[in-house]
Design a protein around this ligand. Structure first.
Ligand code: SF4
Ligand code: SF4
Length: 379
């Protein structure tokens, strides 16, 4: 949608500040961008003021506007707390789309999106190495009811996540295959505001899945899942002919059917990835799977579920806004350590990279794993 189509919503902003200031009843700020950069224009209320000036044609898009709009992890905390229930993420995406049309995407993010479109992954890695994480080739191109879509970060940077999901699906007797043609889901282009690039990536993957005949696609990366479940139907202008599910949703089905995991004596805290939790409303499935491991005590962080605090690394902000990523991942790691847990789990490769970085800087003892990596050790 164009920004002008959000005019009524933009005018409805009360300037109350619930969207960027303190979490209700605490002194903890909710917006990673506002935490780090301090200025109102980096928080939701300020961006709404910028949006209003744009639709009123009082200002024009320029690099200052771009700097603020892209300093956003798309965590959705502002929208969760908005007093007027405004579609804030929709408004930011409309601004990004118009910035991209004017070639005003910050260089670091533009490079990532271009690499994803050119190479099929945002890291400039060889396409031929994409499936190197897989234990074998027998499932590549296999006709099956389910496809496991590994995504770029698990395929190249956090291969333990791809392998863990693969092992869990095998152990759960899921009939699944891998796509030989898998490329980046389109999330980096979407975040940059390049809808044509995102549409091309989505179309390529959806066509490959359609050719496979699968009726269900399983994801371990919430960014990929959000792209397929929320964005792909709109980008393609049609519903998808398959179901898109998170691996923990599928595992809860298996647990209900009597599947069992081995004992682990751990105190575990779980971080809700923003795309999975606030974005897709998947809060229970990961917790149910953790609770199904005998011997585990799960403890919640002070900010949790819909009020969870971002790991600081969504929206590819690590590329171009590194101080923001570093400051906020450290804050969230401290919240995890404060629970007394010996294991911090997330369900997102970007969160895990963030927490491993924070752990290294803080020399913290807490172990950091992705939920599927850890569950694979309980098989
Ligand atoms: S989505 Fe998150 S980072 Fe972006 S403005 Fe809202 S609270 Fe801040
Ligand atoms: S919470 Fe909503 S209504 Fe209040 S200032 Fe923020 S955007 Fe405006």
């Amino acid at each position: 949608m164009k920004l002008a189509e959000y005019k009524n919503q933009i005018y409805s902003c009360l300037r109350c500040g619930f969207c960027f200031d303190h979490e209700v009843g605490s002194q903890a700020k909710i917006c990673p961008s506002h935490v780090t950069y301090g200025m109102e224009s980096f928080g939701a209320r300020g961006k709404l003021a910028i949006a209003r000036a744009l639709v009123d044609e009082a200002i024009e898009y320029d690099s200052d506007v771009a700097q603020r709009v892209y300093a956003c992890t798309e965590c959705g905390a502002c929208e969760e707390q908005c007093f007027k229930y405004l579609d804030l993420l929709g408004i930011y995406r409309a601004m990004k789309g118009e910035l991209a049309e004017r070639d005003l995407v910050p260089t670091a993010l533009a490079d990532v999106a271009r690499a994803a479109e050119r190479e099929g992954n945002p890291y400039g890695q060889a396409a031929g190495k994409r499936l190197d994480w897989a234990p074998g080739r027998e499932r590549v191109g296999k006709k099956a009811e389910t496809v496991f879509f590994a995504g770029c970060t698990p395929s190249y940077l956090r291969r333990g996540i791809a392998r863990g999901a693969y092992q869990l699906l095998e152990a759960g007797d899921v009939d699944f295959g891998l796509l030989a043609e898998e490329v980046c889901c389109g999330h980096p282009s979407y975040v940059a505001g390049d809808l044509a690039g995102a549409r091309a990536a989505v179309a390529r993957n959806v066509e490959a899945i359609e050719r496979s005949g699968a009726t269900r696609v399983v994801f371990a990366c919430p960014g990929c899942l959000a792209t397929f479940r929320d964005e792909a139907p709109e980008l393609l202008g049609r519903p998808l002919p398959f179901e898109a599910v998170h691996v923990t949703e599928l595992l809860t089905e298996r647990l209900a059917a009597g599947w069992r995991l081995r004992k682990q004596s751990r105190v575990v805290t779980y971080h809700d990835p923003c795309n999975l939790g606030r974005g897709l409303g998947i809060y229970d499935a990961p917790r149910r799977v953790i609770d199904a491991v005998p011997g585990v005590r799960r403890t919640e962080m002070r900010r949790t579920m819909a009020r969870s605090f971002c790991c600081g690394n969504g929206g590819f902000v690590r590329f171009g806004y590194e101080p923001m990523a570093i400051e906020n991942e450290a804050t969230r790691l401290e919240e995890a350590v404060a629970t007394g847990a010996d294991l911090l789990l997330s369900a997102c490769p970007a969160c895990q990279i963030a927490f491993l970085d924070a752990k290294r800087r803080a020399k913290a003892a807490i172990e950091v794993l992705d939920i599927v990596e850890w569950l694979a050790t309980a098989l």
